[in-house]
Design a protein around this ligand. Structure first.
Ligand code: AKB
Length: 318
């Protein structure tokens, strides 16, 4: 049977890239995009688009009935820094959104659903270097708590209802098509825009704050690969650790300086530092490598080169 794909949260940082890749692969009419943002002509030209709040169960039901998706990517969520400002809203969107989507998937016999977790599931007592798949997990942000609870429900829905949920723990994601909104790792995207605009950047994290990161093309590859993998390959039904590269702001700025002489960085630390300090600096993703052949293509040097090239081509800074 031909696949019909529904992306919820298609206007976000991951959704923008994922929609473009899936539309290339499956044809634009077989990928329905949806987000809380209104439908405008520019979006409708790219393929089917529905304005939708994932917490509105009746509206979600109507979208499932009309489009009959075989695969669903549920990306709508509030990220770490914003959820700290609006804890109740963050919890409601992340949890109620997940329940309404999972329940609709069961009702409509959806073959597969992708739900993203995050390195935010780890906390201050987690081993920070080469963080194992299974270890102490004591997140102290609303976002992290909602993602850890969500992971438990992924496994629960699989065991109890047979819903084939696939999930990975995204590191900080770096892409040029869309900017992230409200995350702690956002500096690693912003820095490229400011490098091209004014050749300097003021960073909100300390220079030695190492975090796991990944270039967006790798994240999209992992997202599609795990979702399309044969069920026999998926041995972890909560969420897989995933690793691309790890660096701190100083190391990233040095690589940008190397490729763009004259670039400078300074630091004005804000509340996001505390969140970053509760997360790992590097991740052990051997389970993803063994089970479904995960392998990233980008390292720090190639990611920086690609970001500068693509943003320049878009006209950023000119
Ligand atoms: C955030 O910073 O909140 C996200 C994440 C690591 O999940 N990018």
């Amino acid at each position: 049977m031909a696949e019909k794909i529904l992306i919820l949260g298609s206007e976000g940082q991951v959704g923008t890239d994922l929609a473009a890749t899936l539309r290339d692969k499956y044809g634009k009419d077989n990928v329905v995009c949806s987000d809380i943002k209104p439908a405008i002509d520019e979006k409708l030209d790219l393929g089917p688009y529905v304005e939708l709040n994932v917490m509105d169960r009746a509206a979600l039901e109507a979208v499932f009935s009309e489009h009959k998706p075989t695969m669903v990517y549920h990306l709508a969520a509030m990220l770490s820094a914003t959820a700290e400002k609006f804890p109740r809203k963050g919890w409601d969107l992340n949890m109620e959104g997940m329940f309404s989507v999972f329940d609709a998937c069961i009702d409509h016999k959806v073959k597969r659903v992708f739900w993203p977790s995050s390195i935010a599931v780890f906390g201050p007592n987690t081993p920070r270097i080469n963080t194992p798949q299974n270890c102490v997990m004591d997140p102290n942000t609303i976002y992290g708590i909602s993602k850890l609870a969500g992971e438990r429900f992924c496994e629960y829905y699989y065991e109890k209802y047979g819903l084939d949920v696939r999930s990975i723990r995204y590191p900080g994601l770096i892409g040029w098509k869309a900017k992230p909104g409200g995350g702690t790792t956002d500096y690693a995207v912003d820095i490229f825009h400011q490098a091209l605009i004014q050749n300097s950047y003021t960073c909100f994290l300390k220079e030695d704050t190492g975090l796991p990161m990944m270039y967006m093309d790798d994240a999209i590859k992992a997202t599609i690969d795990i979702t399309e993998a044969d069920p026999s390959q998926i041995k972890i039904r909560s969420s897989y650790n995933l690793s691309g590269m790890s660096f701190d702001p100083k190391t990233l700025s040095e690589e940008i300086m190397r490729q763009r002489p004259g670039f400078t960085i300074d630091y004005e630390i804000d509340g996001r530092q505390k969140i970053a300090e509760s997360w790992p600096t590097s991740i052990d993703d051997s389970a993803a490598k063994n089970d479904w052949n995960w392998k990233p293509d980008y390292n720090l040097e190639t990611m920086v080169a690609e970001m500068l090239k693509q943003l320049s081509a878009m006209g950023v800074g000119s």
